[in-house]
Design a protein around this ligand. Structure first.
Ligand code: FMN
Length: 231
């Protein structure tokens, strides 16, 4: 092989190695960030198109309570959180409506390796604990099987005070209605991603609050286990 040919081959090999290193870099960063409670993980940008129409998602939605062991990808978690509370407008308005645009909901997601708090601004996850707390939610949720099997449990909580400041006694009603909007978006987005989910309202509030070490004014409103449906 001539010296020129060898040079070209060397350049090609270096380019391939560079591309491979770049492809792995985000994962390494995520793992490094995830190892520190309080650290943040940037979520992949949500997709604004999909394979399934809204009508199909509505028609196909059923409560799913049995899941395979397959975990959710970061892209799937990102998409589900965006559907619930993602920012969809430059003015800061979100995917689900909110009385007075006061946004009293806070979302959490528990997976095998950690519990995260969703930060709509910046579309990121804040690492709360590096522990598997799903068993605590299963206990809090009257040991319902869906909470034991799901690879991810989304927790919708509401902070009534944020809405009370403007709407007084109507606030509790409004915050609960908003939890319904956000939950339905998660459920329909799950269908569109070929995932399954069930909204769970039967749980001990204080146990969910304790598991997440929530401030007392954060009221847990829904647990939503999500996973790949067992067929
Ligand atoms: C407010 C609310 C609370 C619910 N709580 C539970 C629950 O604790 N456990 C459960 O398995 N399903 C729960 N569900 C799901 C219902 O059982 C389910 O929606 C109903 O059986 C209708 O079936 P579908 O969702 O497949 O249409 C709840 C649904 C709603 C709207």
């Amino acid at each position: 092989m001539s010296g020129k040919c060898l040079g070209i081959w060397l350049l090609i090999v270096m380019a391939i190695l560079h591309v491979a290193a770049c492809a792995e870099a985000p994962q390494a960063t995520e793992q490094a960030t995830a190892s520190s409670p309080g650290g943040e993980i940037s979520l992949p940008a949500p997709r604004l198109d999909g394979e399934m129409s809204l009508e199909e998602a509505i028609a196909n939605r059923r409560s799913v309570r049995e899941f395979t062991e397959e975990r959710l990808s970061l892209e799937e978690i990102s998409q589900l959180l965006w559907a619930a509370q993602g920012i969809t407008d430059p003015r800061g308005l979100r995917a689900a409506p909110s009385a007075g645009a006061l946004y009293p909901l806070e979302l959490y997601v528990a997976v095998a390796e950690a519990v995260y708090h969703y930060l709509p601004t910046g579309h990121a996850l804040q690492v709360l604990w590096q522990e598997d707390l799903r068993r605590e939610f299963w206990q809090a949720g009257l040991r319902q099987g869906a909470l034991q099997e799901a690879p991810a449990i989304f927790v919708v909580t509401g902070v009534y005070q944020r809405t009370e400041a403007k709407y007084g006694e109507r606030a509790e009603r409004y915050v609960k209605l908003e939890a319904g909007h956000a939950a339905q978006n998660i459920l329909l987005q799950a269908v569109a991603l070929e995932l399954g989910a069930v909204p769970i309202g039967a749980f001990y509030d204080d146990q969910v609050q304790a598991a997440l070490a929530l401030p007392l004014d954060h009221q847990p409103l829904y647990l939503i286990p999500v996973g790949h449906p067992e067929r």
